[in-house]
Design a protein around this ligand. Structure first.
Ligand SMILES: [Zn+2]
Ligand SMILES: [Zn+2]
Length: 288
């Protein structure tokens, strides 16, 4: 049974549409994962989720759409597309949104604010679909399609990385916002790197933050993001089979991202390294 991963939004921080980002895409974080039977997991709800929602709505599923939307955290670039997710507005669809509680603030309260009448015309309670909002705790999320475990990562607010164990055994690890560099003060507990490397294991696909070049990081240390070189090093250390560089810096043009991808591939191949490396692009589909 094969797993399909489709990128609908690859950009970090803020949408950056235009001719200069046409190939890698300007929409913010959203990744569709499907198992061989078509069960649907959506990782993050940046502006990329709008396109996915349109595609789903057009498919006209007779029994309604069943989807799990799994949020890494509640920064704008990971939730801002949610109010524009077309399946919310059709009776018969059932959608579960999962995400970490932010201190004392629950995820449902955050989504209510996102769709408050002063900023959005349709409140959360008026959605036609059946919606449930659940917190991610220490226990795995078990969905129709897969089992998902989580680990807190090095980023402001409570931010989770996810490991999806798919039917048939394939594994996808999604870590969108994470600072691998030494700066920043994050409540991730002792021996984090060791635990993180084990968490990734020999994933079939690691999707990881690669916001900066090493030069850019020197002026962005402590901002909660990684360089592509650090992502490559992590992939090699953990034995991930493929690495998708993700959460592209909004100022990076397609040409700049081409250079980053080539440099990352060269780094990955050093010493006979075998990790396959791509820069995630809107529309890119990877089959595992
Ligand atoms: Zn982000
Ligand atoms: Zn963030």
């Amino acid at each position: 049974m094969s797993t399909t991963v489709t990128f609908w939004g690859t950009r970090g921080t803020i949408p950056s549409p235009g001719a200069h980002t046409a190939r890698y895409g300007g929409n913010t974080a959203c990744v569709e994962v499907r198992d061989g039977e078509g069960h649907l997991i959506i990782l993050d709800a940046g502006t990329g989720i709008r396109g996915l929602g349109k595609r789903l709505a057009a498919q006209n599923a007779p029994d309604g759409i069943r989807a799990h939307i799994v949020l890494s955290h509640a920064h704008w670039d990971h939730i801002q597309g949610l109010p524009y997710f077309a399946p919310f507005f059709k009776r018969g669809n059932t959608i579960t949104v999962w995400g970490p509680k932010q201190g004392e603030v629950g995820m449902e309260a955050i989504l209510r604010q996102l769709m408050q009448p002063v900023v959005f015309p349709v409140p959360l309670d008026a959605l036609a679909a059946t919606l449930e909002v659940k917190h991610v705790n220490a226990e795995p999320i078990v969905t129709e399609g897969c089992t998902i475990t989580s680990l807190r990562v090095r980023h402001p607010a409570v931010t989770l990385g996810y490991r999806l164990r798919m039917p048939g055994g394939a594994s996808v690890v999604y870590v969108t916002d994470d600072e691998l560099g030494p700066a920043g003060d994050y409540a991730v507990g002792p021996k984090w790197r060791e635990r993180f490397v084990r968490f990734i294991g020999d994933a079939d696909l690691l999707i990881h933050d690669a916001t900066y070049t090493p030069e850019e990081y020197t002026t962005h240390a402590g901002w909660g993001h990684s360089t592509f070189a650090e992502a490559v090093e992590l992939a090699r250390e953990s034995g991930a089979k493929r690495l998708a560089l993700f959460h592209h810096e909004p100022e990076h043009t397609d040409e700049a991202t081409d250079v980053i991808a080539a440099q990352a591939q060269a780094l990955g191949a050093k010493g006979g390294g075998r990790t396959e490396i791509v820069a995630a692009a809107e529309g890119l589909q990877i089959t595992l």
